[in-house]
Design a protein around this ligand. Structure first.
Ligand code: SF4
Length: 703
């Protein structure tokens, strides 16, 4: 048995990593986590993956920030710092909370006074709680006087949300991933659940064993393909060609649901016209999938009793990411594969609370519950509750904010629990922007790559030290409970936000987390019938909930869509090439992503012993044939270069990577993949094209 220690306490909480939202029990001895177990939650039924089970010791790392830090007057210039080779004390000095908070607020207010609120911006966090996200966006809107507030959803599913809001009137999933168990056909496209949503993957595998037909579409091979009826390793960047070919077959062979379309869908004539030009026989060469396979997959999806589509960042992180999602939405709408158990559309959300942070308004164009900041009636509803005036124009997104700093339009930032110095595309450009700020306040648990650029660093709390709600990919709102005391003088994130707001004169008087949640209920109809007391009692409640006594609605869109006319809207997509295609100078395709053991920019998992021992160094992966063709040697140090910069990494052979492709995970700061990535944005979702750019690779000395 694993239980070899006596615990001081065992606390029920949720996993801090991915959007699956596994429920956990955190076992504590001497204010240290010694074991994490899975609980019988709605999304995990006692299961945990390697991250949830073993990735807990970052919370006790001796690198935790325990005192506020203020940048020294004689610190080296921010742009000149390579933080890996600096001593903290050469850049920062310790400060009292009083001094650090006063400096934080005064710096932000001075910029607001001199340049106006739009010269400020804030990045909140999808790892924080719903209550933190809500107060963070409120502080930026009420205190800074701008809508320049965003978070990492911009880098993962912004294009999916844009397409879903346009097509079906809601950015959330229509059915939980556990519905795969009752589906007849499951399409998984641009997602690698065995790596990135491992517990969800166990449900997909179980479904396959029960007889559900699985279709996996991915330019890289992957574990789930072993369980698939059809595995389509299509050419990278040709998603629209492949998906429009499927739509062509559904239309051409009249596999659509005429009755459902007439009752619930608009735009079918225009879609029909568009997909005429995408016959599988013409698209086979473009996307690399035989025409007959495309026809079989289209027939399987359309004619199964219950079909459901799951997708990930392979779909969303493109300059045509919104178009990719539009095609998936069209497939579901014209076949009526939505609004019933076992059917629907499910973008697998990445971070543990990216769904909740987006719902809570941590985005520049929407107030909480995706209500437009440009609508005067909506603004006045919030203004009445907040007692504040809200800027009527939408704010800037993550990458736009970095550009605005370079253009001298933004001078001050407040960043909580985000690491844009690692996560943003064209990282050297992003770091130069952070270095250019007149005032940067960073609130975090470690001195991250971003925090090294700060004027003030505020030591915050980890997930296992705080109380709050977190919303997983299934729309299940769950309670996270504190198991540890924060180290040293580190404080609760919520308290820091409130302190900063009050130093900026906002006069907030919240009495704890539940008080913040109660205010959220006043302005967020999605939380109706889910009071704090219910969450404490039930631990997880799905929104929307029709009454306090019934479970929330796992499946939505049963009776139409929350759009202006109640119909789902079809938006045909054109085939567009990725922004930067390989050429003679940069002949390879670079794609980036995650590893099973490491989470996003690695701030947490690289400080978790078990996980970092399994994956300890930055790698670039190519398939063995490509390695041999290029005369390289597995295990040697290589240099990968794009038009934005070059990095070095250890070369790994990986048969899953396609010919002509390089895969680099973005979690290693010694091999920072985002130095290489293309910041070009999807025009609708404003998401950068992380999944495709032109690159070259060579021996470390040669490039
Ligand atoms: Fe945590 Fe996701 Fe793993 Fe579950 S699947 S244990 S939520 S990382």
């Amino acid at each position: 048995t694993r239980q070899i220690k006596e615990f001081d306490k065992s606390v029920n909480s949720v996993c801090p990593f991915c959007g699956v939202g596994c429920q956990t029990t955190i076992n504590v001895k001497d204010n240290k986590i010694v074991q994490v177990d899975g609980r019988d939650g709605p999304a995990n039924e006692n299961r945990l993956c390697v991250k949830g089970r073993f990735g807990y010791d970052y919370a006790m790392s001796n690198e935790r920030l325990t005192k506020p830090l203020i940048r020294r007057d004689d610190a080296p210039k921010r742009g000149d710092i390579d933080m890996r080779f600096m001593k903290i004390e050469d850049v920062f000095r310790e400060a009292t909370w009083e001094e650090a908070m006063a400096k934080s607020a005064e710096g932000l207010m001075a910029i607001e006074k001199e340049y106006g609120g739009d010269a400020l911006s804030g990045f909140g966090s999808a790892k924080g709680s719903n209550e933190e996200a809500y107060l963070f966006q409120k502080l930026v809107r009420q205190g800074f006087g701008t809508n320049n507030v965003d978070h990492c959803t911009r880098l993962c599913h912004a294009s999916s949300v844009a397409a879903l809001l346009e097509g079906v009137g809601s950015g959330a999933v229509s059915a939980p991933f556990t519905d795969a168990m009752v589906s007849d056909c499951v399409i998984i496209i641009g997602a690698r659940p065995a790596t990135n949503h491992p517990v969800a993957a166990t449900y997909f595998k179980q479904a396959a064993k029960k007889g559900t037909k699985i279709v996996v579409m991915d330019p890289r091979q992957q574990d789930m393909m072993k369980f698939a009826e059809h595995a389509l390793q299509f050419k990278p960047g040709t998603d629209v060609a492949m998906l429009n070919a499927l739509l062509h077959v559904i239309v051409d062979e009249e596999l659509y649901d005429e009755q459902y379309i007439q009752a619930n869908v608009t735009g079918f004539a225009a879609l029909k016209e568009k997909v005429k030009d995408f016959a599988p026989e013409d698209m086979a060469e473009v996307c690399g999938i035989p025409a007959e396979t495309l026809r079989e997959v289209a027939r399987l999806y359309a004619t199964s009793e219950r079909s459901i589509i799951f997708w990930g960042m392979g779909i969303s992180q493109h300059t045509h990411g919104t178009d990719n999602s539009r095609c998936l939405i069209a497939m579901a709408l014209i076949t009526g594969q939505i609004g019933r158990e076992g059917t629907g559309l499910h973008p697998l959300r990445g971070q543990n609370n990216v769904q909740g942070a987006s719902d809570a308004g941590l985005i520049p164009m929407f107030l909480p519950d995706y209500r437009s900041v440009e609508n005067a009636d909506i603004r006045s509803q919030f203004e009445n509750v907040w007692g504040a005036t809200i800027d009527p124009k939408r704010g800037l997104t993550v990458v736009e904010i970095m550009d605005a700093i370079h253009e001298d339009k933004i001078h001050g930032m407040y960043i909580m629990g985000e690491n844009p110095a690692m996560s943003d595309p064209d990282q050297l450009h992003a770091r130069a922007a952070l270095a250019k700020l007149k005032h940067l306040v960073v609130q975090d648990i470690f001195l991250t790559e971003t925090a090294w650029h700060a004027d003030v660093v505020l030591p915050a709390s980890v997930h296992s030290e705080k109380l709050g709600t977190f919303t997983n990919t299934n729309r299940q709102i769950q309670i996270g409970r504190p198991a540890l005391d924060p180290p040293g003088e580190a404080r609760q994130d919520l308290d820091i936000i409130i302190d900063l707001a009050n130093r900026m004169g906002l006069g907030w008087t919240y009495d704890g987390v539940s008080d913040v949640y109660n205010e959220m209920m006043l302005v967020m109809p999605s939380l109706s019938n889910i009071p704090w007391s219910r969450l404490i009692k039930e631990d997880a409640v799905t929104y929307p909930a029709k009454s306090e006594n019934e479970p929330g609605s796992a499946v939505i869109f049963e009776d139409g869509f929350p759009t202006a006319d109640g119909s789902g809207k079809l938006v045909p997509a054109d085939l567009r090439a990725p922004d930067e295609v390989p050429d003679e100078e940069f002949p390879m395709v670079l794609t980036t992503g995650r590893l099973l053991e490491h989470w996003h920019t690695g701030a947490m998992t690289r400080r978790s012993d078990v996980l970092d021992h399994i994956e300890p160094e930055g790698i670039a992966a190519m398939n063995p044939y490509e390695i041999a063709r290029q005369g390289l040697v597995v295990g040697e140090m290589v240099s990968v270069e794009t038009r934005r910069g070059a990095i070095s990494a250890v070369l790994r052979a990986d048969r899953e990577v396609a010919d002509g492709m390089i895969f680099i995970p973005f979690c290693f700061n010694e091999s920072p993949a985002n130095v290489l990535t293309n910041p070009q944005l999807d025009p609708f979702g404003k998401i950068p094209e992380f999944k495709f750019c032109a690159a070259k690779i060579g021996r470390y000395e040669e490039v």
